[in-house]
Design a protein around this ligand. Structure first.
Ligand code: DP6
Length: 403
C-alpha cells in the first residue's frame, strides 16, 4: 500500500477461480477457524469460463467498511467476512511494524475498505461461488494492504474450499492437526500446465439454489454419520495418496476411479446423515448411469463424474473424447436450444455417435434435463488485473453505475 498524501482511494482489482474437489471436503473439527476432519484435493477451473472479479478500495476518507456483491450491497458484519478482513489487517500491521509499537497511520488500520465483487456465472447455479468469492476477496485485500506469502489459511476462514482456489492446477488442502489451524493450508500438487489434455465439462442440471447449504449440511453429517467418521479416519488418507500419484503420473483411469468413488462416498455420507440430505436428483442419477455405461462400452474409464452439494455434474475426461461424449449428452438430454447455446466455453467439435453406443447406454431421453454445458480445463490461481478500466469501483471508491 503506497503512502498517501491525499485521501484518494488506493484501488486494486483481482480475479480468482472456481475449484472442483475430486477428494471431497465434508465436515469440520472447528467451526470458527474452519478446520476440516480430513484433507481434500481439487482441480482449479480456468478463469476464462468461471471466475470472480473483486475490486478493493482502501481510504482514510471512507467512514465504514462496505461491500457490494453482484450489484447489491451486502452485510459486511458477516463473521466469515470479518475473519478475513481481521486476518489481512493483522498481517498488514505485523509487516509494517516489524516488531515496532503499533502506528495506525502507517499500517492502514485507519483505512476503511470498499469491496465490490461480481461472478461471470450465475451465483445460484451451485457452482462453488463461495470458493472463488472468498479466494478473490482475500487475494485482493492482500494486494491492497501490501500483504504477501501464503494466504490460503485466511481464505480458509472465509469458506473451507476457498483455500484451494488460492492456487492453480491440482491443489491439496492439508487438514493439519494444530488447534490454532496454522498447519491447515492449501498446497499446489501440480500446476495447470501439467496435464494439458484434461478437460472439464460442467453439466448445469438446475439453476435453482441448493436446498441445504454445505455449512449446515456438513455440521449435521459430523454429528450423526458414522460413515463420515469412518471415511475421514480410514478412507481419505489413503485416497489422498493414491490421487496425488494418479495426478502426478497423469493416469486418467486411476484419477477417474477415485474421483467417482469419492463423489459417491460423499453422497453416501449425506444419505447416512440423520435426517438424510439429498443433493442428487434424477438427472444426476441418469448421468451416473450414462457415464458407467459409456465407459463399459469402451472397456476403459474415458469419463468420470463428480457432484458437489447440488445436482450439477462435473465431468472429467481427455480432450480426444470430448466431442463424442458431448454428443451423447445432447442425445440423451435433448435441449430446446440449438447446439451453440447449449455448449458454452471452449469450442467443441461436432461428432457422430454409433447405434451400438446408443444401445449400450440405453436410457430414455430426458428433454431439457440439462440446461447447458460449460466446457473448460484446468487453469491458474488468482490474478491481478493491471488495467484500471476494469475496476468495479470508480476512482472515488463507489460502485460504477453500470453494475
Ligand atoms: C461438497 O467450502 O462450501 O463442495 O467451509 O462451510 O464454507 P464451508 O463449506 P464449503 O464446502 C464445500 C463442500 C463440497 C466439497 C469440496 O469442495 O471439497
Amino acid at each position: 500500500m503506497p503512502e498517501e498524501t491525499t485521501s484518494r482511494p488506493h484501488i486494486v482489482t483481482c480475479t480468482a477461480p472456481v475449484n472442483i474437489a475430486v477428494v471431497k471436503y465434508w465436515g469440520k473439527r472447528d467451526e470458527d477457524l474452519i478446520l476440516p476432519i480430513s484433507s481434500s484435493l481439487s482441480v482449479t477451473l480456468h478463469q476464462d469460463q468461471l471466475k470472480t472479479t473483486t475490486t478493493v478500495a482502501i481510504s482514510t476518507s471512507f467512514k465504514v467498511d462496505r461491500m457490494w456483491l453482484n450489484g447489491k450491497e451486502e452485510d459486511i458484519t458477516h463473521p466469515r467476512l470479518q475473519s478475513c478482513l481481521r486476518e489481512i489487517r493483522r498481517l498488514a500491521r505485523k509487516r509494517r511494524n516489524d516488531g515496532e509499537p503499533d502506528s495506525t497511520e502507517s499500517t492502514g488500520l485507519s483505512h476503511k475498505v470498499h469491496i465490490c465483487s461480481v461472478n461471470n456465472f450465475p451465483t445460484a447455479a451451485g457452482l462453488a461461488s463461495s470458493a472463488a468469492g472468498f479466494a478473490c476477496l482475500v487475494y485482493s485485500l492482500a494486494q491492497a494492504f501490501g500483504v504477501e506469502g501464503d494466504l490460503s489459511g485466511i481464505a480458509r476462514q472465509g469458506s473451507g474450499s476457498a483455500c484451494r482456489s488460492m492456487y492453480g492446477g491440482f491443489v491439496q488442502w492439508i487438514m493439519g492437526n494444530r488447534d490454532d489451524g496454522k498447519d491447515s493450508i492449501a498446497q499446489q500438487v501440480e500446476p495447470e500446465s501439467h496435464w494439458p489434455e484434461l478437460r472439464i465439462l460442467v453439466l448445469v442440471a438446475s439453476a435453482k439454489r441448493k436446498p441445504i447449504g454445505s455449512t449446515s449440511g456438513m455440521q449435521t453429517s459430523v454429528q450423526t454419520s458414522v460413515l463420515l467418521k469412518h471415511r475421514a479416519e480410514s478412507v481419505v488418507p489413503h485416497r489422498m495418496d493414491k490421487m496425488i500419484k494418479a495426478v502426478q503420473k497423469r493416469d486418467f483411469a486411476a484419477f477417474a476411479e477415485i474421483t467417482m468413488k469419492d463423489s459417491n462416498q460423499f453422497h453416501a455420507t449425506c444419505l447416512d446423515t440423520y435426517p438424510p440430505i439429498f443433493y442428487l436428483n434424477s438427472v444426476s442419477q441418469q448421468i451416473i448411469h450414462l457415464v458407467h455405461r459409456y465407459n463399459g462400452h469402451y472397456r476403459e474409464s474415458r469419463v468420470a463424474y463428480s457432484f458437489d452439494a447440488g445436482p450439477n455434474a462435473v465431468i472429467f475426461t481427455l480432450q480426444q473424447h470430448v466431442p463424442e461424449f458431448v454428443r451423447v449428452v445432447q442425445h440423451f438430454f435433448p435441449p430446446d436450444t440449438n447446439g451453440e447455446d447449449f455448449i458454452k466455453g471452449l469450442p467443441v467439435k461436432g461428432a457422430a455417435i454409433s447405434e451400438e453406443l446408443k444401445e449400450a447406454i440405453g436410457l430414455e431421453p430426458t428433454p431439457n434435463g440439462i440446461n447447458y454445458i460449460i466446457s473448460t480445463k484446468a487453469g491458474p490461481g488468482p490474478c491481478i488485473i493491471e488495467d484500471s478500466s476494469q475496476h468495479l469501483l470508480s476512482p472515488d471508491g463507489f460502485p460504477k453505475k453500470a453494475l
